[in-house]
Design a protein around this ligand. Structure first.
Ligand SMILES: [Zn+2]
Length: 217
């Protein structure tokens, strides 16, 4: 499997980092600039918890339990973070494979399958007021839970979305993935205010340069 080695960069996650339309894609987008200068924003297990909290992947109580577990065994937390990053790269390979019609390697599929199985095992069925409901199994709270839930969501949520609406941002030094939910299906940018405007300004500068050249020649 092709594991990239981006520069690790400290980054406080904000609303602009959750534009993928699905948590699985936002998780993949925690590496930014894959097309030019990749930077990995998960600089430690606490950052993974911060990301999971802001993406509303897990309730605050579960995140507090995971934070306690990570504090009492930082080495195990770091190992879990590395496994989460492996899964992230497997997801990037799979989603870009879906976009470009390219088959990912068997290793990628094996890793995703394992994560998905663990994600299913992290759930239990309960009978309540509204019939059978799916919930998180409290026994499943371990340091790998975030990665397992992401793999679970890939199958549960992302695979049920139309594949032809999966996109990679056309911006420079970005390569974020997103689901195009626009009516016309012509969304090109992760965020118009960031990559869209940067591209517009690059085109404008290029046109100015061209005009200047023509007028001086
Ligand atoms: Zn972008």
């Amino acid at each position: 499997m092709n594991i990239i080695s981006p520069v690790i960069e400290a980054h406080a996650f904000g609303p602009d980092d959750f534009v993928g339309g699905e948590a699985v894609l936002d998780f993949v987008n925690t590496v930014t600039g894959r097309d030019q200068t990749p930077r990995d924003w998960l600089d430690g297990y606490p950052r993974l918890l911060e990301w999971a909290g802001k993406s509303a992947l897990l309730p605050a109580g579960v995140l507090r339990t995971l934070a306690d577990m990570a504090r009492s065994d930082p080495a195990a937390a770091d190992d879990a973070l590395q496994r989460a990053k492996q899964l992230r790269e497997a997801l990037f390979g799979t989603v870009t494979g879906m976009i470009r019609g390219k088959t990912p390697s068997d290793d990628v599929m094996i890793l995703l399958t394992r994560g998905w199985h663990a994600g299913v095992a992290a759930h239990e069925l309960r009978f309540g007021k509204h019939g059978v409901q799916r919930g998180l199994c409290t026994k499943a709270i371990d340091l790998d839970l975030i990665a397992h839930l992401i793999a679970f969501r890939f199958v549960d949520k992302l695979m049920s979305e139309p594949h032809e609406r999966l996109r990679m941002c056309a911006g420079s030094n970005c390569a974020w993935l997103f689901l195009d939910r626009s009516k016309a299906g012509r969304r090109r940018w992760c965020d118009m205010a960031v990559c869209g405007n940067a591209a517009k300004s690059r085109r404008f500068q290029a046109r100015l340069r061209k005009e200047k050249k023509t007028s001086t020649s």
